[in-house]
Structures are given as C-alpha cells and as structure tokens.
Design a binder for this molecule. Structure first.
Ligand SMILES: [Zn+2]
Length: 633
C-alpha cells in the first residue's frame, strides 16, 4: 500500500512538472491532462474487467455444457459487450490520448482502440459469432462409428479415437478413423467457415486492415514479424527433413512399400495423431535404438495409483518450488478436470481467467498418462501467467506477444520431462542417460517439438492465404493439403476433392484461434528454458554435465523470480523490452532450440547418410492436379 502511495505522489508531481509549460502558455489547450486520462482509463479498465468477467462466465457455462441455450446465452453477452467495446474504441480514437506524454496512457489507448469483430454492426456480429460457435459445437459433439462394429457410432475423439490412433497398427483401421473424423468434423462446416471468412474480412476492413490476416499479425507489434516467421521456418527445415526422411524410411520398413512411398509424402494416418502434428505416440515404430527401451511411465503412474488430481498437484508444486503462486482454492473447486458423463463438453483443453478475485480454472478431459501430464503443465502455465499479471489493468492482462502465453507451461514441462526430474519424483530410476538413451529421448521430444513446426506454420499460412483471397474458394480444400504437403511432407490417406472440406477438423480453425502463437511459442520456450537453466545453475555452455536437455529448474528461487517478473508485466510493455530484461535477447531466435537438439541432429545426419535414406518429398497426388500453385515462403 505504502509503495503505491509514493508512486502516486511522484506521478502527480511528474504530471504537474510536465504540464507546467503548457499550462503557462495557454489555458484552452485541447490536450487532455494526464491526470484526467489516468482517471478515464482506470474507470474504463474496471468496466472492461467486468465485461470480461461476464463473457468468460457465459463462455465457461457453454464450454462445460454444450447446449444450444448456453450457446445462445453466450452470444447474447458477447453482442451486448461488443457494443460497449466499440463505443469505447470510438471515444478513444476521437480523443488525443494517443498523443499523451505518458507512455502507459498511449499504450492503453492503442490497445483499447482495436475493435476486432466488435466493429461489425449487430446483425453481422451475431452472424459471425453464430458461425464460430456452430463450428465449435459441431467439433465438440462429433462422434464417429467404430471400425470393428459399424453400428456403434458413439466414439469420441478423446479418448476413443486417439486410443486407436496411438495403438492400432492396421493401416485400413487408421484410414477409417481418419476419414470418419474429417468427413464429420470438417466437411459439414464448409458454409459456416465461408461465412466466417466473409465476416472477418468485413471486420478487418472496418478496422482499417487489408485483411483479417493483417489484423492477426499486428498483435505481434512488429511489422517485420511475418518475415521473421518465414526465416525461422527456413532455419529449422533442414533438421525437420532429417527427421521426416528417417521416419518415412523406418515406417516403410514396418508397413511395406505398398503403404509408405520411398520418396514422397508420408500418409498421415500412420503417425499417431489426427492432424499428424506430433508423431511420438507411435515412436515404437522408429525408435533410434530399440535395444534401449523407453521407461513405461504410464505403467509406473498406474502402479503408483496416480490420479488426475495428482497430475495437477505435481504441476502446482513445481510452480510453488520456484517461489511462484499456488493455485487458489477456487481453482480446485471450480475447474473441470475429467470428462463428465451426463452432458456434452468441449474437451479441448483450455485455461480460463475470470478477471475477478484470482478466479482461474482449467477445463480438460484429463486421463492419467504422459501426454496429459504434459498438457496439465501447459495449461498451468497459462494459469500462472493469469495470476502473475492479475494486478495489471484489464487491457494489459494478456501476453505482449501471443507466443509468450503458450510458452510458459511448455518451459516448465521441459524440466518436468527431463530424466533428472522424473527420477526425483520416482517415475523412473535412471536420472542420467547413456548416449543411446539420450538420442532416444531427444528423438521423442523432437517428434512433438520439431514435427509440430511445419504443422503450426501451415495452419496460419493457410488461413492468411484464405483471408487475403490468395486461394479461390473452390480451391480452399486442395490448397490446404497442398500446403500441408509442401511445408510438412504429409498427405491424407485417401484422395480429397473440392466436395470435401477438411480444415475445420482442427479445433483452432473452428474456434477462431490464431495459431502462429504456437509456432512462436515452440521457439521462444527454448530461449526461456536456456535463460532459466542458466539462472538455476543447471546449464553452462560446453559443459557436458550441464546440458539443456537434462536441466531441471525445480526449486530454483532465482529462476522463479526472473520468470515471475517477466510474466507480471502482462502486455504493459512491448514484448522485445520484457524479453530483453528476461533473456537478454530482443528477437525470436532458433539457436537455443537447435542447441537443445544438436546431438540428435548430428546423429540423424550420420545415420541417414549411412543408411542411404532419401530426404525431401514431392507433390502429393491425393488432390486434383489442377489445384493452386506453389506456396513457397
Ligand atoms: Zn495453450
């Protein structure tokens, strides 16, 4: 309290001094005084906080009980608040707050004058929210028919289909589930998606952006960010090509040449994930050193009677060990952490900030295994961010770079998944890996962290192209697969035509979630990891005992202090400033990621050359040959 009063007095003094020459020169200056501006933004931030609170409550009610009534109630709250948001943005735009001598006021004015979809008239706004939430509802409620019992059509993505994708080794069964899902979650949503594209384009124009893609990109506050994204992708591609070539070679050995081509795209249904965005579920098919088996951590969890609750408690303890905030009691009382059996819910994991009294929650259909153990940490990273910037005005309660928010939990998980940490919590008994086991572990990590990059890149490169009208509507589907093939070398198991529409088979495309943030997060998290490991004394360059892949920051108050400080700024400052304070860097930089994986990269280059493994891939033949042109970066 004392500190706040001192700051207040000081700022009053500064305001007075800053205003002096102006005040002496004329009394009818049209600039608004900083003091008045502060009062204005204080009031508006409080109203904005209340609107957010109301919106997230309505949205949570819908997400945890997917009914049409709840969907309509949520849209009604959004529409009511959109009018208020628009009025506020217009008021700020017509004022001279953006000329204020106070940088904080200028930044608030800049952020609050962005209207997004609120710029639309009420009819269009409702139509847009209706299109988005209809796609979401369809995704959440899609069930598919069983391969072995076709009359049973009650299978859900989580856990039924995912279980088959992980464990079945029958290409025909895998292709069946792929097709069921894409037909039902994707194709049926074509009209809603077209409406979404039409209305977001209109909203972008009302916000003076050329396209909705440009609206998304401006959140990075860096006119050059799209070019940096392309440059980062190019830097990572040689490593990805080594992984891709090796996996295709080993898959071909397993499934035979009729199923896997020697040099073309990998049929994605064989990769253990509906979108082939991570391939680690089927690592047993291509483990570098099969004679060094992975510890079955899931079996160990089951044997030790782990519960879903226990996974969250371990995550909470990790943050607390760093001296960061504990999960508040309301988190445990109000979160939804397993799938209820009495109603439909949106199972896709998410973390929620209700903008009131530290009310933060997670909604996910958790099961006890390593995948969910990772997701729990990812979501708890969002929660910790919410708690750390809670004291900021509502407009700054967010990340300054969307990629930062997605990176926090992943950074913690990099420590949690280390051999050192898994041993310390009694899930494995070997805290130091020999060289062969180390290559196996790095390969497993790469099958999620590196394999994700072309996927993440494509999600938004594709939508940018659609939003910018660079792909004509009849080619929306073939363009999607052409990009997935060109950037990632994967293709559907069956031919797809313009009668199909596959993009909405991915949650974030239905839910209007910008995706570049995940790509950026996959790079930033290794920068953060390196900085935190240095602070924790767990990493030193060129020290083979202190490498990035066996660093565990658990218990390091110093690392915790740096991370807390970084998070507590929220979006009150430009991301380059807070990044510099945290890691000493001012750019998104792939070098920490490449350093982490370097032993694997070197091994793959040698092994692929020893085996004569072909690298690269050609065009997919699963789409009509007259599709759009190439999309080179
Ligand atoms: Zn996330």
């Amino acid at each position: 309290m004392e500190k706040i009063q001192i700051i207040w007095v000081l700022s009053l003094l500064l305001v007075f001094l800053a205003r002096l020459p102006d005040g002496l020169a004329t009394d009818n200056s049209c600039s608004v005084s900083t003091l008045d501006a502060r009062r204005f933004f204080e009031r508006e931030n409080e109203l904005l906080r209340q609107r957010y609170h109301e919106e997230y409550l309505a949205s949570y009610t819908y997400n945890t009980n997917v009914t049409d009534d709840n969907r309509q109630a949520m849209i009604a709250v959004y529409a009511r608040n959109a009018v208020q948001n628009k009025q506020l943005a217009q008021k700020i735009k017509s004022s001279d707050y953006h000329l204020s001598e106070d940088a904080d006021i200028r930044r608030q004015a800049l952020h609050l004058s962005k209207m997004g979809a609120s710029a639309l008239n009420t009819e269009d706004y409702l139509a847009l929210q209706n299109a988005i939430s209809s796609m979401q509802s369809n995704y959440a409620t899609t069930n598919v028919c069983s391969y072995t019992n076709r009359s049973d059509c009650s299978l859900t993505l989580e856990p039924h289909i995912q279980e088959r994708l992980s464990n079945s080794r029958d290409p025909a069964e895998l292709a069946w589930y792929w097709r069921e899902w894409y037909d039902k979650a994707g194709t049926s949503q074509k009209d809603n998606f077209a409406e979404y594209v039409r209305l977001t384009r209109k909203a972008a124009h009302l916000n003076d952006h050329r396209s909705y893609a440009d609206y998304w990109v401006q959140f990075y506050e860096d006119a050059d960010f799209e070019r940096q994204l392309d440059a980062s992708f190019k830097q990572l591609l040689p490593f990805y090509r080594q992984i891709h070539g090796y996996v295709r070679y080993r898959l071909r050995q397993h499934y035979g040449e009729d199923v896997v081509p020697a040099e073309g795209n990998i049929p994605m249904h064989l990769l253990g994930n509906m979108w082939a965005q991570s391939w680690n579920e089927v690592i047993d098919l291509f483990t570098p050193y099969p004679e060094k088996p992975f510890v079955d951590v899931k079996a160990e969890m089951v044997q030790q009677n782990y519960t879903v609750q226990k996974l969250f408690e371990l995550g909470d303890q990790f943050f607390q060990s760093l001296g960061m905030r504990a999960l508040p009691p309301s988190f445990w009382n109000l979160s939804l952490i397993t799938r209820p059996d009495d109603r439909q819910v949106v199972c896709h994991a998410s973390a929620w900030d209700f903008y009131q009294d530290s009310d933060v929650r997670i909604k996910m259909c958790t099961e006890v295994d390593m995948h969910y153990f990772f997701v729990v940490h990812h979501e708890l990273g969002h929660i910790q961010y919410y708690l750390q910037y809670e004291q900021q005005p509502a407009v700054f309660r967010g990340a300054p770079n969307p990629g930062f928010h997605e990176a926090v939990g992943d950074v913690i998980a990099l420590s949690v998944m280390s051999a050192k940490h898994l041993k310390s919590i009694g899930l494995t008994d070997n805290g130091r890996l020999d060289e062969k086991s180390r290559i196996n572990e790095l390969f497993k990590q790469a099958l999620s962290k590196i394999v994700f990059l072309p996927f993440g890149y494509t999600m938004d490169k594709y939508r940018y192209a659609v939003f910018r009208n660079e792909i004509e509507e009849p080619q929306w589907n073939c363009g999607f697969w052409q990009m997935r093939s060109e950037y990632g070398g994967v293709e559907p198991p069956v031919s797809r035509t313009d009668k199909d529409f596959d993009p909405p088979a991915k949650y974030h495309i239905d839910a209007d979630v910008e995706y570049l943030r995940y790509f950026a997060a996959h790079i930033f998290q290794f920068q953060f990891h390196k900085a935190l490991c240095s602070l924790a004394g767990q990493y030193a360059p060129n020290d083979s005992r202190r490498t990035l892949d066996n660093c565990d920051i658990f218990g390091s108050k110093e690392a915790g202090r740096a991370l807390s400080k970084f998070l507590s700024h929220g979006s009150s400052r430009h991301w380059k400033e807070v990044l510099q304070e945290f890691t000493g860097e001012t750019e998104m930089d792939t070098s920490a990621l490449l350093e982490y994986f370097d032993p694997l990269y070197q091994w793959l280059k040698q092994e692929n050359s020893r085996l004569g493994v072909p690298l690269g891939w050609g065009e997919t033949n699963k789409i009509p040959t007259d599709c759009c042109g190439q999309f080179s970066t």
